[in-house]
Design a protein around this ligand. Structure first.
Ligand code: NAX
Length: 334
């Protein structure tokens, strides 16, 4: 029998951590035939709560769960790590400047990058969820020079799922009939959720929308801002940030990327990955693109033509990524 896959989850006592762990242990992330060992990382103040979560995981007697270990030392948490989910991050507190936020997160992700570099297994795959996710992924990667750059990704699957849901709602179809939606750029309000190559039951989504009199106006005034600001909308309505949907998206991201027989079958998803020059995005930025993936690999879908408006929206988001990179560079975090 194959040895258990070591999954390291940071921020494990947080909200998304709690919503993710039980599903990981039940096989929703790596499939029903993959045994798992969980390494959970938290800050010292949260170890008590985390101990309680570990007890609950034990109480589930999951078939696939070979063990749970909790740590506050990243070097130990990432030892032998095959799949890393970096969820723990410093939230922006009142009065905190943007540079302070980048600096606080820079310290966390550079230390974790070094720990991955030292101890992770040679086939490690890393997914960053903690915000600012793209730039945190860049910081992590830059401190792990021995791990191939393409192993570092950031989560935009939640934005992707939100875009699919909004398209489904507007056209009165089920999300399962929708393909080819993509998030381009940064996981932030500047992102470009694109329907330009989306299809609904095989028909161009823009055509279906046009029949309902939903055109450029609807895209720019309703669809794009709705998707890009959905996190804020959830906070307003729910009184707290997205948790279940974020956990679900993180599981899907890892599942689609790392299993050859992913739960949802082959499909185009959105993933923030290190650019190798695709669509004119310079190397060194971790940018969301449409990708196909499976078996631990992904490929950016190339050759798609964006409209002029789409191109402009994408470029604006890429510019924000450049600025974030310049800011962390000037703080000496890369
Ligand atoms: P919580 O504040 O509930 O949990 C974060 C946890 O991380 C806390 O338990 C904290 O103690 C821990 N932590 C802080 N520093 C740490 C460190 N150095 N090592 C290990 N653990 C550490 O936040 P939660 O709602 O779980 O959200 C987690 C992160 O996900 C946030 O940064 C949030 O902004 C981000 N999100 C990213 C999304 C995405 O699509 N990329 C969507 C959802 C979410 O907003």
């Amino acid at each position: 029998q194959k040895p258990a896959v070591v999954v390291t989850l940071t921020g494990a006592a947080g909200q998304i951590g709690y919503a993710t762990l039980f599903r990981i242990a039940s096989g929703a992330m790596l499939g029903a035939n993959t045994r798992i060992r969980l390494n959970l990382l938290e800050i010292p103040q949260a170890l008590g709560a985390l101990e309680g979560t570990a007890m609950e995981l034990t109480d589930c007697s999951f078939d696939l769960l070979d063990g749970v270990n909790i740590f506050s030392d990243p070097r130990r948490a990432f030892e032998g790590c095959d799949v890393a989910l970096l969820v723990g991050a410093k939230p922006r507190s009142k009065g905190m400047e943007r540079a302070d936020l980048l600096e606080a997160n820079g310290a966390i992700f550079s230390e974790q990058g070094r720990a991955l570099n030292e101890g992770a297994s040679s086939d490690v795959r890393v997914t960053v969820v903690g915000n600012p996710a793209n730039t945190n992924a860049l910081i992590t990667a830059s401190h792990a020079p021995d791990i191939p750059l393409e192993r570092f990704t950031a989560l935009t699957r939640l934005d992707h799922n939100r875009a699919v849901a909004q398209l489904a709602k507007a056209t009165g179809v089920h999300p399962r009939d929708i393909e080819g939606v993509a998030i381009w750029g940064n996981h932030s309000a500047s992102q470009f959720p694109s329907l330009e190559h989306a299809t609904i039951a095989g028909r161009a989504a823009l055509e279906v929308l046009a029949e309902k009199n939903l055109g450029e106006q609807w895209l720019s005034k309703e669809f794009i801002p709705r998707v890009a600001n959905r996190g804020a909308e959830i906070i307003q309505v729910r009184g707290g940030s997205s948790v279940g949907s974020a956990a679900n998206a993180a599981l899907e991201h890892v599942n689609l990327w790392n299993t050859s027989n992913s739960v949802k079958g082959p499909q185009i998803t959105s993933m923030a990955v290190p650019s190798t020059g695709e669509y004119g995005v310079e190397e060194g930025l971790i940018c969301s693109f449409p990708v196909t993936c499976g078996g631990g690999e992904y490929r950016v879908q190339e050759g798609l033509k964006l409209s002029e408006a789409g191109r402009r929206r994408f470029e604006k988001s890429v510019e924000e990524l450049r600025q974030e990179k310049a800011a962390v560079e000037s703080l000496g975090l890369l």
